[in-house]
Design a protein around this ligand. Structure first.
Ligand SMILES: *Cc1c(COP(=O)(O)O)cnc(C)c1O
Length: 374
């Protein structure tokens, strides 16, 4: 299929990644995180695939994301991880989503709206949402258990450094959470304890508790920024385009805005119609490689809004107009990981796929076959 930019998402890979995470945390249920449009993969398709892979919970960051999943027909337990304003809380509750609380006044708001399922959050060191005071977190839990119509569904925290190897702060956070949540569970036996993101799920069984909350790993990206295959994960997303133009570039001629590439010797330039308007970041450096005909070619010149240019070398590398180009994914023996792109840009794999713009159509498939419609 020749279109200017396409994100092909293999839902079967998401299913297998969730199954892999289930086996990594055998005693825990899996809550698949599909916030930010499923890390750019399409939230609805990711949610359905995650459930098919054995996730019994889903999580999003916002009330709108929760409502969107319900509108798409997604059932099952759903948790909104983020802060909720007065306007947003009723939207989350109307979607039948669980919400996160760390102030008693928030539990009162939930009760005033007719009630809902509440997870009390202790801030053990992330320093973002949640309360740092275990006593306040305990009062929030008690309020959620007591208020009319509300139920205490969980006790939770979130790690700041689970993806940093040999980091001691992770163990401190884990100890703080266990010291608060394990005794509290005696009073609230139905509340689920949960703390682990992808990195914690893969790193330490002591962080699994009742429920793990992997996001990045369900998409087959590595939370440690390494090769996902080493942990049995399979990248689900490929970013594809094609060669729209091929032409010679004489010594002294340039390509792109600002003439940041000037050929020092005669070469051949291919134009691939993907740019920062598609979420292919211009960044501090345009350095990247793109696969054409199973070979890697360097991106040269500046990333434009709608186009990038590749240096095919003096012989043109056998590339012809219309050839498939792969920016993320595999072609022949070669593959380009989101982790490698993130490295070059000085960012993380999460941002590479989240950045893909709405302009890029998502094509969901099952190992290359058209997905069955629901
Ligand atoms: C995003 C998020 C996760 C998932 O994190 P990953 O690193 O993508 O696995 C889990 N828990 C909370 C609270 C989050 O915000």
């Amino acid at each position: 299929m020749t279109v200017r930019a396409l994100a092909a998402v293999n839902v079967a890979a998401i299913e297998r990644n969730v199954a892999r995470l289930r086996s990594a945390a055998p005693g825990a249920a899996v809550c698949a995180v599909v916030k930010a449009d499923g890390y750019g993969h399409g939230a609805l398709a990711a949610a359905i695939a995650a459930q098919a892979g054995g996730a019994s919970w889903l999580a999003v960051a916002t009330a709108r994301e929760a409502a969107g999943l319900r509108a798409g027909g997604v059932g099952g337990r759903l948790l909104v991880l983020g802060a909720l304003s007065d306007e947003e809380l009723p939207v989350a509750l109307a979607a039948g989503a669980d919400v996160v609380a760390w102030r008693e006044s928030f539990v009162e708001r939930v009760a005033a709206l007719g009630g809902g399922r509440v997870h009390a959050k202790l801030d053990t060191g992330m320093g973002r949402l949640g309360t740092r005071d275990p006593d306040e977190a305990t009062r929030v839990a008690a309020a959620a258990a007591a208020a009319s119509g509300t139920m205490l569904a969980g006790l939770m925290t979130h790690f700041a450094t689970a993806d940093e190897r040999d980091d001691r702060f992770f163990d401190e956070q884990l100890a703080r959470f266990a010291a608060w949540a394990l005794p509290l569970r005696a009073d609230h036996p139905r509340a689920l304890l949960h703390a682990a993101n992808s990195a914690a799920t893969l790193r330490d069984a002591a962080a699994h508790f009742d429920l793990v909350r992997p996001g990045i790993a369900i998409y087959g990206m590595d939370p440690f920024g390494e090769d996902p295959a080493a942990r049995g994960l399979e990248p689900a997303l490929e970013l594809r385009s094609y060669v729209a133009e091929v032409k010679p570039c004489a010594a002294g001629e340039s390509t792109g805005y600002g003439r940041r590439f000037i050929a020092s010797a005669p070469t051949v330039i291919a134009t691939v119609p993907v740019g920062y308007g598609d979420g292919w970041r211009r960044g501090p450096t345009s350095a990247a490689e793109v696969l054409v005909g199973g070979r890697r070619f360097p991106l040269v010149g500046t990333v434009s809004m709608d186009n990038i240019t590749l240096d095919l070398g003096p012989d043109g590398g056998g590339v012809e107009i219309g050839d498939d180009a792969v920016l993320i994914g595999a072609q022949g023996e070669q593959r380009i990981l989101a982790e490698a792109i993130a490295d070059r840009l000085g960012t993380i794999n999460y941002e590479v796929t989240c950045a893909l713009a709405a302009r890029v159509p998502r094509l969901h498939h099952r190992d290359g076959a058209a997905p069955e419609s629901r």
